[in-house]
Write a protein that binds this ligand. Structure first.
Ligand code: CS2
Length: 495
């Protein structure tokens, strides 16, 4: 089996869009932490558009990828064997697909082995952007209490400063310290994660780390480093083995880093710290003065909608998002949630119709070509739901006649999912950063409805909203009897 790499990429047929070959540039301008599927579908694709518009002039906008987790090792090894080349297959709902070869990732550094190279890159005068897709949990923040978690084992180790850094914040602090000591210019730190005010959250987390590490550096960061907020969007399922096999069967090459995603793309970026980077709007990036309303729209309709469709679908034994969203009951509940709960509390955006946005999201969800799974959506729910769904509910509670029943229903379905998973098998484990706490609650088998809602780091004050709590508890109790459709019917009759 031949691998897709520099040498073999020449045998790809003309039907695969081929970029111009690029020189390795010693002084490239971008470092990105977290080279998962979303980065490869989104930012790496955008920078490739910029570079290819004028490869001679723009080759320095290639990316140095960084992976920090020891568990990334197999991916790092496989991707290096491919010279960081991969194909991106973007699929429209009507069955049309386009495959393009991406060569914007110039090299790849692996934290556990290349710590010094990562620090040197942060401190390199040529580095202008460090961007991040480290997931909601990667910011190490208790969002409910607005607190950076200084006592996490890896953070505590980095603060001890005895060995090479392990965490994003350990690397940033040491690298920026070098930059400051060398009297260098600042740079732009771009969070590309699904978090409201992601740039500010990154700044907040870094500041909290610096308070404990080197408080003087905090002032330098405030004066020299920019943290634009951004809204990023492209549905990118986990690539399936069957996709890689089909690619190999079509092109005779194995691509272990293949991405299959939707054809839709959106990147809204705050106009802050962008004067030392190329003008991005010709490459599909919307640069605006305030990203927050766009973030709320996307998190509150698309991401929260995903959780709603994924959790209810899963309970009905429907394991793909495109099938789940076409279930008539789920479609009605999603519409109810969007129109009655989410849209009324979103801040207006000039020229954007939230109803049109919602319709588009619904049709994107029904794209069978990307074959997204409910399992991907449900994974990590304890990091996702507080950022996707609960901000809408909290805003609803500030309204005169608050509407929150669909949220209570989704939380009951989340409870039901956990209840079922842990009932299946004592050893069953879910993909979630709070799995230890959740396991403790659900393995007790009694009282989990109450104990779950009492998790303050997830639900905050919501559990003490009496009406909300009893509505959730009633749905959860009914779900436990196993008649999922009956609960959905009752909900639809009530609203
Ligand atoms: C999804 C997101 O993980 C999730 O639950 O909602 O990954 C979603 O697909 C992306 O944010 C789309 O831009």
């Amino acid at each position: 089996m031949a691998l897709l790499n520099q040498q073999h990429s020449k045998q790809l047929p003309a039907s695969v869009l081929q970029p111009q070959a690029l020189p390795v540039v010693q002084k490239n301008h971008i470092m990105h932490i977290g080279i998962g599927g979303f980065h490869r579908a989104h930012q790496a694709y955008t920078w490739q558009q910029l570079i290819q518009s004028n490869p001679e002039a723009n080759a320095a906008w290639r990316i140095t990828g960084v992976c920090l987790l020891p568990s990334d090792k197999p991916f790092v090894e496989a991707f290096r064997k491919q010279d960081q080349l991969y194909c991106l297959r973007s699929c429209a709902a009507d069955g049309k697909a386009e495959t393009m070869l991406i060569n914007s990732l110039q090299d790849l550094l692996f934290g556990p082995e290349d710590a010094e190279a990562i620090l040197a890159k942060i401190a390199d005068p040529a580095t202008r952007i460090i961007s991040f897709t480290i997931t909601e949990g990667g910011y190490n923040v208790d969002f409910e209490q607005k607190k950076f978690l200084l006592d996490t084992a890896a953070i505590a180790e980095d603060l001890n400063d005895t060995a090479a850094p392990k965490t994003v914040f350990g690397f940033l602090a040491k690298g920026l310290q070098r930059r400051k000591e060398a009297g260098l210019n600042g740079l732009t730190l771009m969070s590309c994660d699904n978090i409201q005010e992601n740039g500010e959250v990154l700044h907040f987390a870094l500041d909290a780390y610096l308070d404990a590490f080197d408080p003087e550096l905090k002032a330098w960061v405030a004066a020299h480093v920019h943290f634009p907020n951004s809204m990023v969007d492209r549905i990118t399922p986990v690539t399936k083995l069957a996709d890689k096999d089909a690619f190999e069967a079509s092109y005779g090459l194995r691509d272990e880093a293949l991405i299959v995603c939707e054809d839709y793309f959106q990147w809204v970026l705050e106009d802050k710290g962008l004067d030392h980077i190329p003008y991005l709007p010709p490459f599909g990036v919307e640069v605006v003065s305030d990203v927050r309303p766009y973030e709320s729209m996307k998190l509150g309709i698309l991401n929260a909608g995903h959780s709603l469709v994924g959790l209810i679908g899963n309970a009905l034994g429907i394991y793909t998002i495109h099938e789940a969203v076409q279930d008539p009951m789920i479609a009605r509940i999603f519409t109810h949630y969007a129109k009655q709960e989410a849209i009324p509390v979103l801040q207006e955006i000039k020229g954007v119709s939230f109803t049109t946005y919602f319709e588009k999201v619904k049709s994107r969800f029904s794209n069978a070509m990307i074959n997204d799974s409910t399992a991907r959506i449900i994974s990590g729910s304890s990091d996702k739901i507080p950022k996707f769904l609960l901000p809408i509910t909290l805003k609803q509670f500030k309204q005169e006649n608050p509407q929150w029943k669909a949220t209570a229903l989704v939380i009951a379905f989340w409870w039901f999912y956990l209840h079922q998973e842990y009932a299946k098998n004592e050893l069953s484990d879910i993909l979630d950063n709070r799995k230890t706490a959740l396991k403790g609650i659900f393995q007790q088998k009694t009282n989990s409805i109450d104990l779950f809602m009492a998790m303050e780091d997830i639900f905050g004050e919501l559990g003490s909203q009496k009406d909300f709590y009893s509505c959730y508890a009633q749905y959860a109790t009914q779900l436990a009897t196993g008649d999922v459709r009956a609960v959905l019917s009752q909900f639809l009759e009530e609203v």
